[in-house]
Design a protein around this ligand. Sequence first.
Ligand SMILES: N[C@@H](CCC(=O)N[C@@H](CS)C(=O)NCC(=O)O)C(=O)O
Length: 291
Amino acid sequence: MSDEQQAPENQDEYVPPKIWEWNQESGGRFANINRPIAGATHDKELPIGNHPIQLYSLGTPNGVKVTVMLEELLALGNEGAEYDAWLINIGEGDQFGSGFVDINPNSKIPAMMDRSGKQPIRLFESASMLVHLSEKFGEFMPKDGQARAEAYSWLFWQMGSAPYLGGGFGHFYAYAPYKMEYPINRFAMEVKRQMDVLDRHLADNEFLAGSAYTIADMATWPWYGALASGLLYDSKEFLQVHTYEHLNRWAKQIAERPAVQRGAIVNRPWGDKSALERHSAADIDAVLNAD
Ligand SMILES: N[C@@H](CCC(=O)N[C@@H](CS)C(=O)NCC(=O)O)C(=O)O
């Protein structure tokens, strides 16, 4: 028995061809940069600054995870976490430059080089940077037992869940060339379920891993904290984000941390507070002390 139904009258019915073909005119916010092939499109070396950590990023939620971690490490006095944060403009296709692709074959921000040792170490995927930095400095990860397992579980929960929020809900609700009921329904349901998962857990736990603030919170806050605060996709009313009381409590608590406020403005070409690049603490101080 087939589950197939006819499309409602007001929706386009799409009959997939036998073989999918790349239609560059498919529309939508990212149509000009999305491609079905990997690899570099042009030669472009990346700049290298003076600090041990070189970050190539943009102030989207995935980028902010890492700048928050670096600022938290610096706030604790870890000088080895000094970093240069260079702007990668994904709207202009900088993620397809040869130097960037050498660090991240997946062509997505953030990408990082740890140049503190004899051999430089490349890192891609935001969670891999968080884990690398937490191991390197011995911070923001409980040492053992259930708390450590919780931190890893929630960290990987975030990595597995956020694509439904960004690539699923956000794409169809805010960026697709026209609104389609089926995908918006499907992803709104999933995103509300995810907020409920967090809300129930945070009712009994101060932070995701329990009583300690960890890299799991740093990974999750830029996505679900922003969503609960009504800052993502103009979806505050549609998703009734204010109803997730404990998620909102946690989001506000984390937003109050000075290192979070610092990390959140790095590599940000939008908004009233923005440090396009960060090469020293002064680049952020100048923006935060401007008013
Ligand atoms: N799982 C990756 C996701 C990274 C990601 O999706 N980055 C987006 C911006 S938030 C990007 O660079 N998109 C550019 C593109 O898709 O071409 C991570 O957490 O690092």
